[in-house]
Design a binder for this molecule. Structure first.
Ligand code: HEM
Length: 391
């Protein structure tokens, strides 16, 4: 059977992936918008197998994309953009960066995340009894944290935050995207030059002491800033929405913030905000009795894998006490999310802090009126109006 990638979610079920994903066998043929005949993988086991197999490449010039208007050019990969490189090119950059994203460093950052979160919750409370959780909390916390980690002055955010969003909008005008890219690149070039002149004690400052060229450093800064801005922000807002829509689960977290670590992994599994990633076969690969030919692209469905009943019992139920750690919301294999410990720390701090500080927190609009990000590659909400009783 060949068909297009299912992308339409069922009305009234904003947290559930498109239903048609679940009518597919673990490996099925997929027709891409450019006419390419490739594959779709939906089971947890097979998703991990493909992502761990070096016969599948991440390189953009080889791939076909399963939806129209997805961002990301197909030109040559600029130096430093390791997310688009295979081993061994990828390995060199990843090694340099893994040393910067250690669990220990991320834990040390937790204190700052707590301060930043507390300041935003404070401002929300002072502001009255309603707020949009996206602008009040979900956007500023990850933005401020990634800026501090990289050594990008948060006051400069006007120079990159909106442009970064333009880069991930589905169907964005290529000229607009190029302008956004140019603006952020120019900003980071100035910053890297300043850090070379007067090295700072932050991630980009540290990297100026490595053997990376300016171009590599700027592009690495670009990748990390982009990855750190939009992902955690969406997970934070969508996570808050899911909790408000599941009051018994929210009550568990409020009663015992000690469950935050497993609760966050369960939310990552249940919500799977990144809908897919793609890999292209470098040689013929036999999988599940089928032959994937060299040059064919495989789309890996993260939401389908994370709702696979063979891996997670009762997968459509949000169960904050579940052991969900083996989810693939951060991917798998050599490209598994570099920022996952940072994202976990932010979510584990911010979500419990929000629900304990506002015991009467609820949606200010019917759940069906919440504007979902069906027009963006990364899923989430555009706005989340909430209200509470003032104490
Ligand atoms: C909840 C938040 C996040 C989610 C759901 C998420 C998800 C993912 C996924 C699925 C991948 C693998 C993509 C693939 O294999 O094609 C990935 C890779 C990556 N993520 Fe995240 N991410 C999050 C937060 C972050 C943050 C805060 C950073 C900050 C630096 C970050 C940086 C990266 C980088 C650099 C890669 C590429 C790694 C490589 O190619 O070696 N992510 N992420």
């Amino acid at each position: 059977m060949t068909a297009a990638l299912p992308t339409v979610r069922t009305a009234g079920r904003p947290f559930d992936p498109p239903e048609d994903l679940f009518t597919r066998p673990p490996l099925s043929r997929l027709t891409y918008p450019d006419g390419h005949e490739g594959w779709l993988v939906t089971s947890h086991a097979l998703v991990r197998e493909v992502l761990a197999d070096p016969r599948f490449s991440v390189r953009p010039e080889l791939r076909h994309l399963p939806i129209l208007g997805a961002p990301g050019g197909a030109g040559p990969v600029p130096p430093g953009v390791f997310t688009a490189m295979d081993a061994p090119e990828h390995t060199r950059y990843r090694r340099l960066l893994t040393g910067q994203f250690t669990v220990r460093r991320m834990r040390a950052l937790a204190g700052r995340v707590e301060e930043i979160t507390a300041a935003h919750l404070e401002a929300m409370e002072r502001g009255g009894d309603t707020a949009d959780l996206v602008t009040a909390l979900a956007l500023p916390i990850p933005a401020q944290v990634i800026c501090e980690l990289l050594g990008v002055p948060y006051e400069d955010k006007a120079q990159f935050q909106d442009q970064a969003l333009a880069l991930v909008r589905l169907g964005a005008d290529p000229a607009q995207q190029a302008a956004a890219y140019g603006a952020i690149y120019g900003y980071l070039a100035g910053l890297v030059a300043a850090k070379r002149a007067a090295p700072t004690d932050d991630l980009l400052g540290d990297l100026t002491r490595s053997d990376l060229t300016d171009e590599e450093l700027i592009n690495i800064g670009f990748v990390l800033l982009g990855a750190g801005l939009d992902t955690t922000a969406n997970m934070l807002a969508l996570g808050a929405f899911a909790l408000l829509d599941h009051p018994a689960q929210l009550a568990l977290l409020r009663a015992d913030p000690g469950i935050a670590a497993q609760a966050v992994d369960e939310l990552l599994r249940y919500l799977s905000i990144i809908p897919f990633t793609v890999r292209t076969a470098l040689e013929d690969v036999d999988l599940q009795g089928e032959r994937i030919e060299a040059g064919q692209t495989v789309t890996v469905s993260i939401p389908a894998a994370n709702r696979d009943p063979a891996r997670f019992a009762d997968p459509d139920t949000l169960d904050l006490l579940r052991e969900a750690g083996s989810h693939v919301a951060f991917g798998h294999g050599i490209h598994q999310c570099l920022g996952q410990q940072l994202a976990r720390v932010e979510l584990q701090v911010a979500l419990p802090a929000l629900v304990t500080r506002f015991p009467s927190l609820r949606l200010a609009v019917p759940a069906t009126d919440v504007a979902m990000r069906t027009d963006m590659l990364i899923y989430g909400v555009h706005a989340l109006p909430v209200t509470w009783h003032r104490s």
